[in-house]
Design a protein around this ligand. Sequence first.
Ligand SMILES: *[C@@H]1O[C@H](CO)[C@@H](O)[C@H](O)[C@H]1NC(C)=O
Ligand SMILES: *[C@@H]1O[C@H](CO)[C@@H](O)[C@H](O)[C@H]1NC(C)=O
Ligand SMILES: *[C@@H]1O[C@H](CO)[C@@H](O)[C@H](O)[C@H]1NC(C)=O
Ligand SMILES: *[C@@H]1O[C@H](CO)[C@@H](O)[C@H](O)[C@H]1NC(C)=O
Ligand SMILES: *[C@@H]1O[C@H](CO)[C@@H](O)[C@H](O)[C@H]1NC(C)=O
Ligand SMILES: *[C@@H]1O[C@H](CO)[C@@H](O)[C@H](O)[C@H]1NC(C)=O
Ligand SMILES: *[C@@H]1O[C@H](CO)[C@@H](O)[C@H](O)[C@H]1NC(C)=O
Ligand SMILES: *[C@@H]1O[C@H](CO)[C@@H](O)[C@H](O)[C@H]1NC(C)=O
Length: 700
Amino acid sequence: MLPSGLLCLLFGSVASATSCAQRRNVVRAFNVRRNVSSSTTPLQVGNGNFAFGVDVTGLQTFNPFGTLSTWGWHNFSLPTTPGQTSVDDFTGLDWWTHGRLVNYDQPNPAENDISNWLIQNPQRVNLANIGFSFGGAKVSEADLEQTAQVLDLYSGKITSTFFYKGSLVEVETWADPSSDAVGISVKSDLLSSGSLGVFFDFPYSDVNKFDAPFVGVWNATDQHSTVLTHTGDNEATIQHTMDSNSYIMSAKWSRKGTVAGPSSGTHRYVLTTPGSNSLDLTVAFSPDQQTSVPTYNDLTTASQTWWRTFWNTGAFIDLTAVKTANATELQRRIILSQYLLAVNSASSNPPQESGLVNNGWYGKFHLEMVLWHTLPFARWNQFPLLSRSQPSTYARFLPSSLDRAAAQGYRGARWGKMTDPTGRSAPGEINSLLIWQQPHPMYLAETEYRSRPTADTLAKWDAVLTATADFMASFAWHNVSTNRYDLGPPLYPVSENTPPNSTINPAFELAYWRFGLDVAARWKTRLNQPVPQDWLTVRDNLAPLPVQNGTYVTYEGIPGMWTDPATTNDHPAMAGIYGLLPPPASGPPLNTTVLLATADRIRDTWALQDSYGWDFSMLAMNALRLGEVDRAVEYLLHPIFQFDDAGYAVGGSRVPTPYFPNSASLLIAMAMMAGGWDGAPGPHFPAGWEVEVEGFVPGL
Ligand SMILES: *[C@@H]1O[C@H](CO)[C@@H](O)[C@H](O)[C@H]1NC(C)=O
Ligand SMILES: *[C@@H]1O[C@H](CO)[C@@H](O)[C@H](O)[C@H]1NC(C)=O
Ligand SMILES: *[C@@H]1O[C@H](CO)[C@@H](O)[C@H](O)[C@H]1NC(C)=O
Ligand SMILES: *[C@@H]1O[C@H](CO)[C@@H](O)[C@H](O)[C@H]1NC(C)=O
Ligand SMILES: *[C@@H]1O[C@H](CO)[C@@H](O)[C@H](O)[C@H]1NC(C)=O
Ligand SMILES: *[C@@H]1O[C@H](CO)[C@@H](O)[C@H](O)[C@H]1NC(C)=O
Ligand SMILES: *[C@@H]1O[C@H](CO)[C@@H](O)[C@H](O)[C@H]1NC(C)=O
Ligand SMILES: *[C@@H]1O[C@H](CO)[C@@H](O)[C@H](O)[C@H]1NC(C)=O
């Protein structure tokens, strides 16, 4: 039943103004306010494919936060080492795999230079920095007074104000919802005198695996070039070239002005607009020579409309009637995660773990994280955002994934891991041996079908699901002595810390293989097509989930489970078999006694202090299915599972901040609390919590 107070534009239908007002109030209650720049996270405006991160000035004046996009990438030049000068010179390594040698894309010590090149290239580019220039004076944040800043989540606007030498500066910062453009308005007397201007600066790429909190190098100025290719009273175009990559920045502004520069030894240009105390500026980035730059008014109107629609068409959870600190903190995490995922993860490629904030893993994306990153858009009824990358990314990567499988002697499509926009997976031992990314298309497709059970949904996923299931069936190895189908060796399970040559039948992967083949078979039935027999044969003869001493364990035969500390850190994926995954639709049922004992063992022994990411959400989902709602909330508020003042998920000791799989997994767990799952429709919140939810369908 929908609570009347919240009915609002639900599923695209316009509803009463009061319900929209209620959502707006809940959202705006979590607007982010800052008085100093954070040294780790910006505030951002953006649209999923482009984002602009700012410091306390509303621009990138003191902290060179990122201006990152889906398309902006750079290659360093190839090595010149004889025999390693082309990507085709990389041969990887052969490992024995069930009695035959299989070639894996792993760094080859004899091909160190090209192996490293393939890992480090391409990197995602910080397109430019845009900040305030104080007429040549060297100014730091400490020289500003009364700095104040608000991010308005409901319209996608950052308002920043400060005083410099007694003069007020007022700034608004916006992003265009549909292009790679930022809109900036500045009001200050300092503009008229020319003692306040706006700079544009361009960094070179860096080779750091983690380029955080800032992306790029600013002192390698002789390694790249910029040219002011066009300039007029109200516009300028700068072309930035790094090796063989090049793109355009186009700026348009409201008053007569001049772009000067670059100042010597830099790639810094400065726009000044003397004679007026206000400036409206739009800056667009493009890989093409022709860039259309929206007007400031069009851009800000579009942003307001886009965000209002976003907040009013998606699913919604309102915990504001629950007057406890825990509920308020959960609500804060929910709202800010929704905003940040729309800004950073609603892209046409899968997002990287740090979104468009900074670079992790060179800015590449990990296909095993695709489920966490994009599932929230399906579970929160934001299908247009899901559709940006799904299933188009899989469809785009299908040919190279069919080739990858074929080269290894398998049928179907083997999805890669740490991937760039061309679909190439970076060399790596773990990268080449991880398998839990394979069934993700089934999870996404089946989730979409529940909300959109149409012929179109069936058709658009069919080729991807078929190729995925073909690989999964072909990868499972028929063990003649047991007459079962085994997974591995070699492989790495979700917890990337087991010996790959002896890791066999990991619990999560076995459960996920069954789930994936079940969905694939169901898909064919819905399409009135025959189900390939090998899918069913493998599914019905998969090795059983490994159980030792009354608990599910990481993989079959794992030594020292629960007693050797090496077995109780990294991701506790056994919890995922009944949490993230629904109970099996085929084969033997899960044993509830064993599930409960496993959950207790994890809680009592797991090194959660070293955990990061979605472990907490996965454990929360497991607790929910086991009927332990309070424990689920406890996991979601675990002291190690932190979100900063602006809602960015804190990376902790192992990965930099932000780590968006945390934000995404939180929303998936919350959707499960709100919408429930098959056989247990929601909501499922702690006793006494008065919660309003709408727009959720039960999950798998
Ligand atoms: C980087 O180089 C690879 C290999 O030649 C190529 O496939 C890719 O398109 C290049 N990317 C960019 C951004 O230049
Ligand atoms: C796994 O086995 C291959 C040989 O098939 C060997 O080259 C590799 O070093 C082994 N890996 C580990 C981590 O022991
Ligand atoms: C801090 O910023 C808020 C707005 O974000 C503003 O209301 C407040 O006055 C500021 N505080 C100080 C001390 O400047
Ligand atoms: C650039 O700056 C970095 C970090 O400060 C420094 O390590 C490096 O040596 C500098 N490079 C040049 C070419 O000045
Ligand atoms: C067949 O399965 C058994 C039980 O899982 C396992 O111990 C054995 O190593 C498997 N055989 C081969 C050749 O992998
Ligand atoms: C089985 O579990 C019990 C109770 O937790 C424990 O005392 C025992 O050592 C375990 N045995 C093995 C083989 O792990
Ligand atoms: C479930 O596991 C418990 C504990 O290991 C065991 O005693 C029980 O027989 C199992 N139940 C079924 C139906 O297999
Ligand atoms: C709030 O959450 C914390 C962390 O899970 C928990 O320790 C505490 O008991 C909760 N407080 C209330 C009032 O539920």
